[in-house]
Design a protein around this ligand. Sequence first.
Ligand SMILES: [Zn+2]
Length: 92
Amino acid sequence: MKAVEKTEEKAIEVCPLCGSKLEKGYVASVAAAWSKKKISTWSLRGLFSGEIIIGTGLGVSIHNVEAYRCKKCKLVIFRYEVKSRKRTKGKE
Ligand SMILES: [Zn+2]
């Protein structure tokens, strides 16, 4: 099988909602989780019922992910870190 060629990624430049130019920056957090349902708990532990997409949910170090925002729409687009809680071989 032939390896898939890497295609250059398109830069995110404009807001998909209003078409304004996006501002580039970072979202910084100790941890953030993705969940299809609301995570309702008063404890940080609740994050682990979701998929951790920024940071590890452990410790207090700040993680930065590159982000683009539209101040007008209050929309932030960022690519999350791919880190599973299971150890994967290789980097990190
Ligand atoms: Zn916008």
